[in-house]
Design a protein around this ligand. Sequence first.
Ligand code: FUB
Length: 440
Amino acid sequence: MRHIGMPTDFLKETSQNPVLTTIFTADPSAHVWEDGRIYIYASHDMDPARGCDLMDRYHVFSSEDMVNWVDEGEILSSDDVSWGRPEGGFMWAPDCAFKNGTYYFYYPHPSGSNGNGSWKMGVATSQHPRSGFTDQGYIVGLGGFAMIDPCVLVDDDGRAYMYYGGGSRCAGGELNDDMLSIKEDMQDMVGLEDFHEAAWVFKRNHLYYLTYSDNLDNLNRMRYATSTSPLGPWTYRGIFLEPTGCSTSHGSVAEFKGQWYMFYHNQAISDLGNLRSVCIDPLFFNEDGTIQTVIQTKEGIHPVAPAPVPNPNATTYSVENGTLGGGALFVTNELSKSIVSHLPMPGSYCQFDHVDGARGGRAAIYIRYATTERLTKLHLTVNGDDLSLLNALSTGSLTDTVGRASITVQLQPGQDNHIRFTAVTGDICLESITVSPFSD
Ligand code: FUB
C-alpha cells in the first residue's frame, strides 16, 4: 500500500488560495490519472528569483480530496538534461500526458545560451506519474523563437496532439504513437483573439476548448476558444479569468469527481511577479458550453473525498532533538510549554541529525512553526544539498505554532540524514518536524 498521508494536524478544511505555499510554483497543468488522484505539474519559481531565468527544476503535487496536496518532490532538473543550455535555468511551463502505460512529461527548455532563440520541447518518461522520470531528449522539429508552454491532449480515440506557442503564435499538431515525435509540421491555430502564451486544450461533451493568456499589458487575462476538431479552426469565446494581480497568467482546466476546476497562479504570497503561487477555484459551464468567469477566492475548494490518512511510518522529531547554532536559542513555548527553537536572525539554524530515511528515496518533511512576519524565509539543506528557500507565513505570534509548511526531498537509506533549517529573513520559532518516507 502506498503511504503518503500527511499528519492529521496538517489537514485543511478548505484548500485556500494560494493552495501551494511552501515553495513558489506557477503554470499548473492538472491531470487526473488512473490511480484516482489529481496531479499538478508546475513550474518552480526559484527563490530568490532572477527574472524567470533561474527556474531550473520541476516538482509535482497530488491530491485525493482537492484540499490536501502532497508535494511528490522534484521530478526533473536542468542537471538531468544533457542537451539543455549550459547555464541551466529557463525550465518553463510543463505538461504531462499518459499513453500506452507511460507518462510523458513535456517541458520547454532552451538548448543554447541565447535563451529565447533556442527553445526546444523536452520529453521525460516514467512508468509512474510522480517520480522516476528520465529525459528522452527533445521533439525534433519543434521549438524556436518564443515557442514555449507545451500542452498535450490525448483524445478519446487515442490520438495525441501537442499545442504550444508564445509571442502571438499558437501552433498545434499530431504526435506520433511514440509520443516523442510529430506526424506532420505544426500548423497555426486559427481563430484565436489576442493570443499571448499558455495554451491548454481539453475536451468536454465532444467540444474542444483551447484556453490561453492574452496580451493585456502587465496583467494578462485568460481567454478561450472552442472547436469541434482538435486542431481547429477555433471560434473565439471570450475572457474567463480576469487578471490575478500577476503580470503573467497561465492555467489549466480539469474535471475531478464530477466538478470542473481552474488551476492558475497569482503572486499573493510574494507580491513579486517572478515568485508565483498556484491557486484553484471551481469552474462552471453554461448550458450552451460557454465558460463562466472564474471567481478567484481565498477560501478555495471544499474536500471532495475523505481526508488522507496519516502515514504510519512517519517519525516526528521535536526541536529538542536538534542542534542549534548561529545564535538560535531553545525557548519554552508559553502556550504549549513545549520547547521550541527560536531562530532570531539571518544565519541562526536548527539541525536535525540521525533522521530516518527508511529505505532511502523520497520523503515528505512536515514543518511546524510560528512567526509574526508576513513572509519568513527558511533555507533548507538536506545532507548538505542546498534546496530552494521555504516560505513560512505569519501565524500572528511567535508562540502559536500553527504554521505549516511541507516539502519533499531525497533522503539516504538509514538513520544518518541531516536536515538543517537556517533563518534567512524574519523571526521564527520551529516546534517540530515530521518526516514521512514514501512507500513507492
Ligand atoms: O513560468 C515561465 C513562463 O511565464 C511561462 O512559460 C509562461 O506561460 C508564463 O507563465
